[in-house]
Design a binder for this molecule. Structure first.
Ligand SMILES: C=CC1=C(C)c2cc3[nH]c(cc4nc(cc5[nH]c(cc1n2)c(C)c5CCC(=O)O)C(CCC(=O)O)=C4C)c(C)c3C=C
Ligand SMILES: [Fe+2]
Ligand SMILES: [Fe+2]
Length: 329
């Protein structure tokens, strides 16, 4: 067997195994216990998480998952598998050799450990880790790094490792986002709404302590707006998916959409550049929940533009990132 020069670990957040309260509870218990995500002192957080959150949230959230669940499972996983397949094919075409590519989830399955073992079984000694988070955050990208380090703890030997920290201003990423907006406008007879770029939020405290996430989101947004030739009034960026009571990054997506509806804005196009794959946060929170906030406040048309998912340009972006980060291997 010829061993490939390197393997790729394509990482994303993870998702429950089923749209049931029990599966959602297992998923949230793992996810929300990660100190990179929630940094509250452990004994206090254990009491809040197990005493309150995991008793109430799974039932409600399981219903939301059930509303977006697909035949093959959770959208994040179904799309992740398509991205993995498409990337294998693209790398074989570009590099003329079979490069092992393994989808890995920070929480749930396929875990980072399982993906690492599959790469080990393929015989590769060099691994490029590509977290599918264009904007770096301690809560996502750094959590991948921690889980990988934990998975490697028991190994007597380490693979050679490289890690893509972020790609928030990569020209192929910006072009792919801008083209997906242009395509959406063309499909709608060039009817353009005000463009809302809605990013998953993080607690403001993390940004104050040095998390570069909001700076990365601002740069992505400005570059997309420039690529589309938008004037300042034609677009805005906001943050969605708040969790808990503390202040998160602002402006908030839901508050902005309600305000726009009241102010007489009639048409909105929404894109969510931080999500490499559509998931609960886009298909339910943006497609359904936020649409209601806007239309109930007086807005007329609200259109969600899908994530880059397995679009050709997205897979090409991953292939370019992989080529750039594996030079010399
Ligand atoms: C303190 C809590 C959370 C932080 C910080 C956070 C950051 C963060 N998350 C994503 C991407 C995704 N989050 C998703 C779901 C989700 N996120 C949180 C909490 C925090 N996220 C929760 C509790 C959940 C689960 C749903 C719920 O209970 O409301 C998902 C979707 C997963 C799916 O199965 O579809 C993604 C993707 C980013 C990019 C980010 C910070 C930059
Ligand atoms: Fe999240
Ligand atoms: Fe949400």
């Amino acid at each position: 067997m010829t061993v490939a020069r390197f393997g790729v670990m394509l990482a994303n957040l993870g998702t429950p195994d089923a749209p049931t309260p029990a599966a959602v509870r297992r998923y949230l218990a793992e996810f929300l216990w990660d100190e990179r995500v929630i940094d509250v002192s452990r004994p206090l957080w254990w009491l809040i998480l197990h005493g309150v959150i995991l008793r109430i949230r799974p039932g409600k959230v399981a219903k939301a998952y059930a509303s977006v669940w697909q035949e093959g499972g959770s959208p994040l996983l179904v799309i992740g598998r398509r991205q993995e397949q498409a990337l294998r094919a693209r790398l074989a075409e570009r590099l003329g050799e079979e490069i092992p590519v393994e989808l890995a989830m920070t929480y749930g399955t396929p875990s980072i450990e399982q993906a690492g073992l599959r790469l080990r079984d393929a015989g590769v000694e060099r691994i490029l880790v590509l977290p599918m988070y264009p904007q770096f955050s301690r809560t996502t990208t750094a959590a991948v790094f921690d889980r990988l380090a934990r998975a490697l703890k028991a190994c007597p030997q380490l693979p050679e490792l490289r890690f893509v920290r972020d790609y928030h201003d990569h020209s192929a990423y910006i072009a792919a986002l801008a083209n997906s907006v242009r395509e959406h406008w063309r499909h709608n007879d060039d009817e353009r709404g005000r463009l809302l770029m809605s990013y998953h939020g993080i607690p403001k405290r993390y940004a104050d302590a040095g998390d570069p996430y909001p700076r990365h989101c601002e740069t992505t947004s400005r570059l997309v707006a420039e690529a589309l030739g938008l004037a300042d009034d034609d677009w805005q960026m906001t943050y969605q998916s708040r969790f808990g009571r503390e202040e998160w990054l602002k402006p908030y997506t839901d508050h902005t959409l309600r305000a726009w509806g009241k102010q007489g804005v009639k048409h909105v196009d929404v894109i969510s550049p931080a999500f490499a794959a559509d998931c609960l946060e886009t298909l339910e929170e943006l497609e359904v929940e936020n649409r209601e906030y806007f239309t109930q406040a007086g807005g007329k048309t609200y259109r969600y533009i899908p994530a880059l998912n397995d679009r050709d340009e997205h897979i090409e972006l991953f292939a370019q990132l992989i080529e750039q980060h594996t030079r010399g291997w």
